[in-house]
Design a protein around this ligand. Sequence first.
Ligand code: ATP
Ligand code: MG
Length: 588
Amino acid sequence: MTHERIRKVIEGNGPRPNLEDYDAARRTFTWSEAARALDGLPSGRGIHIAHEAVDRHADGAAGARVALRCLGADGGVRDVTYAQLRAQTNRFANVLGALGVSPGDRVFALLGRVPALYVAALGALKHGDVFCPLFSAFGPEPIRARLALGEARVLVTTEALYRKKVAGLVAGLPDLRHVLLVDAREDPPEAPGVRALGPWMERASEAWTIAPTAIEAPALLHFTSGTTGRPKGALHVHGAVVAHHATARLALDFKPDDVFWCTADPGWVTGTSYGIVAPLTHGLTCIVDEGEFDAERWYGVLQDQRVTNWYTAPTAVRMLMRAGDALPRRFDLSRLRFVASVGEPLNPEAVVWSAAALGRPIHDNWWQTETGGIMVANFAAMDIKPGSMGKPLPGVEAAIVRRTDDGGVTVVDAVDTDGELALRPGWPSMFRAYLHEDERYRRCFAGGYYLSGDLVRRDADGYYWFVGRGDDVIKTSGHLVGPFEVESALLEHPAVAEAGVIGKPDPVAMETVKAFVSLKPGFVASEALALELIGFARKRLGAVVAPREVAFLDALPRTRSGKIMRRLLKARELGLPEGDTSSLEAGG
Ligand code: ATP
Ligand code: MG
């Protein structure tokens, strides 16, 4: 299963990577130095995400640069310059003021990837509110649960989404005072507090001064993906912008004139930290694609928009792989300089595939809603070991630990030994609370570390390898098996499109490994194919680790952000209750 390293040779032409010497950068990097790359509010009045993302780029000639290039679902293209974004976000801040919203209130958005979402996010921050994005494909119950948990004061949405999903919820949400419809012409007469936003925006002033803002002032509320249970609300502060900016420079290799496309929806932390904040703080042009995944169209976007840096997810990469190798050859992807992915383990096969099919290897990186920014990454200048998530960022002190019975931790120093990934608090984008769950927040910390809940190992060269989520790891015949390793092996078989692996209780082995796979077009499920896959995995992994059973599914249950929900595979296998499925993708 080991692939050759992908060697990086930095050539004389082409821009040099921002991080050229990893060890030197680790030695010299400090967060206070990183903060100096930002502006700070005028006359030393603190730091504010929207000032760094918008206002500082909006004056003079720089203001004419395109901040958002919005590709509509209808094929239309709409550009928003930095100067326009400043004017629009100022207006929105004034609207919130005119409505009597208090700074510190929570403003939610339930919107597709349209300009109004970006205006609402940054405008709410300017007003001093906490912004929380919701994924627009959520059904009424996940929307209700998050609005209630987050004590939403304002919801920004569209007329259609309001009628279809929100109207029936309002009576049960006493904290919710205002629903603002970005596309309605008039206020719906039957619903007090529900307003057409347009006329308010037109009346509002384009002038706004951001109030002094402490580094620790709350800014963003993000719900976790709900892969392992009920989603948690993670709260982030304005000072996080230092990490958004610095990590994007180091791990996404942003350069001043780059065109950046983050395919994650702002309903997830990736789509906000790196789909809104980080690229705008660098003054880049962001591609905002309203449409859904379509392999041909996506390659078209990369080509036509001359995307230089692209940040996507393993599930999307596997869908591109499924669409075949001939397709990307029809497109000119020569502008593409740096590709990264996050959210799930990136199987080695996908890295090798991308190097050949896209002409650029995908750089896996690791982080969580809780960490607010990239923590472990494959950097542009570093050799890639396919299947590894890379090395900790400069400024991020990572360790591998085991929890002890007395509530502490011991650090695992040995190479190639599994343990929990732990991070030393101190990076600016660390979450400051789980909303209404103080005890749970406290339990995330022990021995001076934040404990991630993910198992990893580190090799002799300092590369980190994802083993599995703590909850997903399988104990079989005295061995610990990470589902990712088994899934990666299965994904090397030409018939397999997706794989999800669980442990099934067994009286002798404790658990046995069971795999669920979906097939690529042209392959048909059969007993013979199941046996072939088991044999294939055995050759690569050995009999202990290889699945003992393979079952076929048309599609694996996934979160709306594309993560395989192994806990659902397991619950279904064992006939147990499915638990919280509010994040489950439709049809999963
Ligand atoms: P929940 O916490 O509600 O169960 P979640 O953990 O999936 O959901 P996120 O914060 O969106 O919510 O995802 C972070 C998790 O995603 C990580 O803890 C890790 O398990 C997984 N992950 C992210 N990036 C990678 C990666 N590069 N390799 C492997 N796993 C990754
Ligand atoms: Mg999590």
